[in-house]
Design a binder for this molecule. Structure first.
Ligand code: ADP
Ligand code: MG
Length: 447
């Protein structure tokens, strides 16, 4: 082995550089470069019998797998029908969001018929057991291992040969083969590489927990997204009961699926019908609120978009968002000013997606624009109206994915006027087809 060099590794994206700088040149994050020893941590592949090329028509049969149910219907659906043997799933989320709680519940469900190993690097076996008692997860077949040493963990997996493993969390586990501290990019990569290798070779499905932290010295889950089969993000607002598990990558099913939960004393309870859940607290007849049929996969959810526009007391007006990208709001605001001639430079604008869902899809543009106008004019959007569509820079409303799914969900919940892009193929009396922002506003003015 040659002399080890010092490198600077970005804890956000894992890129490494020979010198330190304040901003990662690869992903653009600030203050995320951390000094690490360069260590060769090539993930060893366990050679199975030598692979040979085979016709695609027969390749399928050798991969026949039966999926394991998590015991939570909506979660199984979101994963494409359950967990596949050997599948490695990364569940990421901020501390306190409920990852350990949900995973212990899943472990408990699976332990009804399989041997399950829950590896906790954050809590003692006693703490896990206390939580287990609270949420009803005390099962004979559920083994707890409070350990942070990777080599001990791998040994335990080989000895116990469980049918399902949870590793909570990857940032707390370290390999004694590496010098760097637990949570560093090289440790996190090495640990997940080894766990993935053993999962694949023994056909055991594994869920790896990745903490999302603001601290630059701990590697974020992004670093290992390419190693795992499936990436799920656990989102929600602290202090609120809603939690959304969103599948953003899946080698064994569609991405973009989601499962909604509510946090209760006895753990997380699945919400079978999320739309009615999110609509339950919607205020009637208030300006600045509109319903948006959101989806990034097959299952749409009706969410309320709220905007508050008020006169600013600052030289530079404030723009704040929760649930949508703040830069997107800046663009929407600019389009609104240009296309409608309204003046927003002396107004603070706040936009909130109720329920804590993070919306990354452009179909939210139109409802955001309409909510902002509604709040500015203090005129409520009539309660039966929903809207979706992407806004182009010239104010045109562009088509988006899953139009039919969205319309169906909105109709199901009694929304009888749905503002949609003009290019929508469907014919239905409830559809208000618009070409641009102007037409949408004209329609609302006439209601
Ligand atoms: N005794 C309790 N009763 C009810 N809820 C609790 C209790 N203890 C913890 N919780 C809830 O569980 C959450 C912590 O969940 P946890 O699964 O440990 O999160 P994570 O693993 O994502 O950090 C807390 O934010 C709190 O809402
Ligand atoms: Mg935890």
């Amino acid at each position: 082995m040659g002399k080890k060099k010092t490198v600077y590794v970005c804890s956000e994206c894992g890129a490494s550089f020979p010198t330190w700088s304040g901003r990662c040149a690869s992903c653009g994050s600030w203050n995320t470069l951390v000094e690490e020893r360069e260590e060769k941590t090539a993930v060893r592949r366990i050679p199975s019998e030598a692979s040979r090329p085979e016709p695609i028509t027969t390749a399928r049969s050798s991969q026949d797998y039966s999926r394991i149910s998590t015991g939570i219907n909506t979660l199984d659906e979101a994963l494409g029908g359950g967990i596949v043997p050997g599948q490695v799933i990364l569940v990421s989320g901020e501390p306190g969001i409920g990852k350990s709680t949900l995973l212990l519940q899943i472990c408990s469900n699976i332990a009804d018929s399989h041997k399950v190993l829950y590896i906790s690097g954050e809590e003692s076996a006693h703490q896990v057991s206390l939580r287990g008692e609270r949420i009803g997860a005390l099962k004979e077949n559920l083994l707890v291992l409070a350990e942070t040493n990777l080599e001990v963990i791998l040994q335990a997996i080989k000895e116990e040969k469980p049918s399902f493993i949870v590793l909570d969390s990857v940032q707390t586990v370290y390999s004694q083969q590496l010098e760097s501290a637990p949570g560093s990019v090289s440790q996190v990569r090495h640990v997940s590489g080894e766990i993935t290798a053993i999962a694949k070779s023994l056909d055991i499905p594994v869920i790896i927990v990745g903490q999302v932290t603001k601290e630059g010295s701990i590697a974020g889950p992004k670093v290992l997204e390419h190693i795992v089969d499936t990436v799920a993000q656990f989102e929600g607002e602290r202090g609120h009961a809603y939690r959304v598990l969103k599948v953003i990558k899946n080698r064994f099913g569609a991405a973009g699926e989601l499962a909604v939960f509510s946090m209760e004393d006895s753990g997380l309870r699945e919400v079978a019908n999320p739309s009615s859940f999110f609509l339950a607290e919607r205020p009637e007849g208030k300006a600045g609120s509109i319903i948006f049929p959101y989806t990034e996969g097959s299952k749409p959810v009706l969410v309320e978009i709220q905007a508050l526009v008020s006169k600013t007391v600052y030289a530079v007006p404030q723009r704040k968002t929760q649930g949508i990208d703040i830069n997107r709001l800046a663009i929407i605001t600019a389009i609104l000013e240009k296309e409608t001639g309204i003046f927003l430079k002396d107004r603070d604008i706040f936009v909130n997606v109720v329920g804590g869902i993070q919306i990354k899809e452009p179909a939210v543009d139109l409802p955001v624009a309409l909510a902002v106008i509604s709040s500015l004019r203090n005129v409520p959007v009539p309660s039966g109206i929903a809207a979706f569509g992407e806004l182009g820079l010239t104010g045109e409303v562009r088509s988006v994915y899953y139009t039919e799914h969205r319309i169906k969900e909105a109709r199901k919940f009694g929304f009888d006027k749905i503002i949609v892009p003009a290019s929508t193929q469907l014919e239905d009396s409830s559809l208000i087809k618009i070409k641009n922002l102007q037409q949408a506003l004209e329609y609302l003015n006439g209601t």
